[in-house]
Design a protein around this ligand. Structure first.
Ligand code: ZN
Length: 599
């Protein structure tokens, strides 16, 4: 897609410290910068940013990446958008021609769609001013002009082809692609939204990506959303998140409600941290997106049966996204109320007091399950455990999982050990698994000659000129040679042949299976002093290391040939190789082997 040399060049020009610091205040700590991790909840900073190596690593949760990765994780941008964003900041233009034709078309269509949707949004807003009926409706709902403006609320008038007035060509493909216009079987086109209050849906960057339309009085459906398009994916987007960002940060919580009218009504009453899913159930992606930005997510549902069912679905998709130290809670409004009616009747304070009393996810989980069976009988308790097992096993927050299992064991009349055995949960899994620690420790355990070489290359890719890739080609499959490390080294050298200027190795291998390997290597280097040694020292260390590596690989190959010769004659090429190796290692050939191989 975007050529690697461009990305690596970009990584040379941006400074990750500036990029991260824009969102998370960094403090200097020795050679690095640190902060409390934005991706998991913690009290003391384990999120580390290296300016010299231009990547971040969290020793708490393992989050790792470059400036590109940070933007993607933190703002929820896609790869291309993150690259574009960074490039813009340093005055670089992402090369268009380098993208595949398909992607290029999609991207330019996407840009085009944003423009089309924005034009439509302007048109709907202008129409609102013209319609006293629509204005009257909003007033009746208690909305001020200021809030209507903040959310860009508009009005799609009655009639079938109003948008023809907003666009020069009503037959343009983009109007259908943007989900604004439909075409019937006879090829006749018509506006999708007619006589509806229009709520623009805006992505995290502020682009209009679709609309929600609500009928004014009666009519079906009550709510109509844009179809999914190249720029609008319902399971990812949340209505109001863009407008709510500031309030979410200030409040330290986000409220997920069911409809956009709820979001707007709450904002009208100064509860600005509400968002809504868009005509779909809450997805795991939604939860993940929200938990990254804030420590507390409160789902708000009507107190009726449908509300409880929707809440249960939200609970199910949340389990795998939970993070210790962050919380997900559930608020059930009294029967017949929704946030809109409730906040209008009780005001901000009244509403926030019920929000504060929302039930934690663990309690909702346990109470709901217990209420479905009679826990006074062994049969009922067995049923409870059976229902709980698949859910509890999904909980991604180790401490919370532990506490939930404790309570569950109590209710079922088991010890926690018995419950864990029943759920096939290993005791070790109850504590956060320590991340594989930095390289020095591992090196002591496993005398790899390959790993230090890769580490040096990761720190200083220009050292690759001192290596000879051919020298390691024959080592694959030899006993005592770590195949994973050998592959990583070979692929890295190969990459450096065509791109000698790689700034960050894990970014280069982003879409490959080698990415975690290099991320782990980089993580081990982030706090190592010698990583910042001068180039002359590094050259010397590398040259020595490489010589050692070649020797060790030759030794392994020699052993393999030795062994083979015990069972079958070596080919002439193998014999030559055997001789070379022995010279290289300065060994005296063992008599027996010499006899067999007939050197
Ligand atoms: Zn972290």
């Amino acid at each position: 897609m975007i050529p690697q040399p461009f990305i690596q060049d970009l990584l040379h020009r941006v400074d990750i410290v500036d990029v991260v610091d824009r969102y998370v205040k960094l403090k200097r700590a020795g050679a690095n910068f640190v902060a409390c991790c934005p991706f998991h909840s913690e009290k003391s900073p384990s999120f580390t940013v290296s300016q010299t190596k231009q990547f971040y690593h969290c020793f708490g949760c393992g989050a790792h990446g470059t400036a590109v990765g940070f933007l993607m994780e933190y703002s929820g941008l896609g790869f291309i958008d993150a690259v574009k964003d960074l490039a813009q900041g340093v005055g670089m233009t992402v090369p268009e021609e380098a993208r595949s034709e398909h992607l290029q078309r999609r991207a330019s269509e996407g840009e085009n769609l944003h423009e089309v949707l924005l034009t439509a949004a302007h048109y709907f807003r202008a129409q609102l001013k013209e319609s006293s009926r629509a204005i009257e409706y909003l007033k009746r709902r208690g909305l001020s002009g200021e809030v209507a403006k903040r959310f860009g609320i508009g009005y799609a008038p009655e009639g079938w082809q109003n948008l023809a007035a907003a666009f020069p060509d009503y037959n343009a493909k983009a109007l259908v692609a943007a989900g604004l216009v439909k075409q019937n079987e006879e090829g006749r086109r018509y506006d999708l939204f007619r006589d509806r209050i229009m709520f623009p849906i805006v992505d995290v960057r502020g682009n209009v990506i679709g609309f929600g339309g609500r009928v004014l009085d009666s009519g079906e459906p009550k709510y109509l959303n844009s179809p999914e398009t190249a720029v609008f994916e319902k399971g990812r987007e949340l209505y109001g998140l863009y407008q709510a960002r500031r309030a979410v940060r200030d409040a330290g919580r986000v409220l997920v409600v069911e409809g956009y009218m709820d979001v707007v009504a709450l904002a009208q009453h100064d509860v600005g941290y509400a968002v809504a899913a868009l005509g779909t159930a809450t997805s795991g992606i939604h939860v993940q997106k929200l938990l990254r930005q804030v420590d507390e997510v409160v789902f708000c549902f009507d107190g009726d049966a449908a509300g409880r069912r929707a809440a249960w679905r939200a609970l199910e998709v949340s389990l795998g996204e939970l993070v210790d130290g962050k919380q997900v809670r559930f608020l059930f409004l009294p029967q017949g109320e929704d946030p809109d009616t409730y906040v209008r009747a009780h005001g901000k304070e009244g509403f926030e007091s019920v929000v504060s009393a929302a039930v934690p996810l663990s309690q909702f989980l346990l109470d709901e399950l217990s209420s479905r069976t009679d826990v006074r009988t062994p049969e009922g308790r067995a049923k409870l455990l059976q229902a709980a097992k698949p859910l509890v096993k999904q909980i991604s927050a180790p401490l919370l999982s532990l506490l939930v299992r404790k309570v569950l064991a109590e209710r079922a009349g088991l010890s926690q050990a018995e419950l864990d055995a029943e759920f096939k949960i290993k005791p070790a899994a109850s504590a956060p698994a320590p991340r594989p620690m930095a390289a020095p420790m591992r090196r002591g355990r496993n005398a790899s000659y390959i790993r230090p070489i890769i580490e040096l290359l990761v720190m200083q890719p220009s050292l690759a000129v001192l290596a000879n890739r051919a020298a390691i080609a024959a080592a694959s499959g030899l006993r005592g040679v770590d195949e994973g490390e050998l592959t990583a080294l070979d692929r890295l050298l190969e990459a450096l042949e065509s791109n000698p200027d790689i700034r960050n190795v894990s970014e280069y291998f982003r879409d490959t299976e080698l990415r975690p390997v290099f991320e782990e290597l980089e993580a081990g280097l982030i706090t190592r002093e010698e990583a910042d040694a001068g180039i002359d020292v590094q050259k010397q260390v590398f040259a020595d290391g490489w010589a050692k590596l070649v020797q060790e690989l030759a030794r392994a190959e020699g052993h393999a040939l030795d062994e083979k010769s015990r069972n079958e004659p070596l080919t002439p090429a193998e014999k030559t190789r055997y001789r070379v190796i022995h010279q290289l290692l300065g060994l005296k050939t063992a008599d027996s082997a010499e006899a067999r191989i007939k050197i």
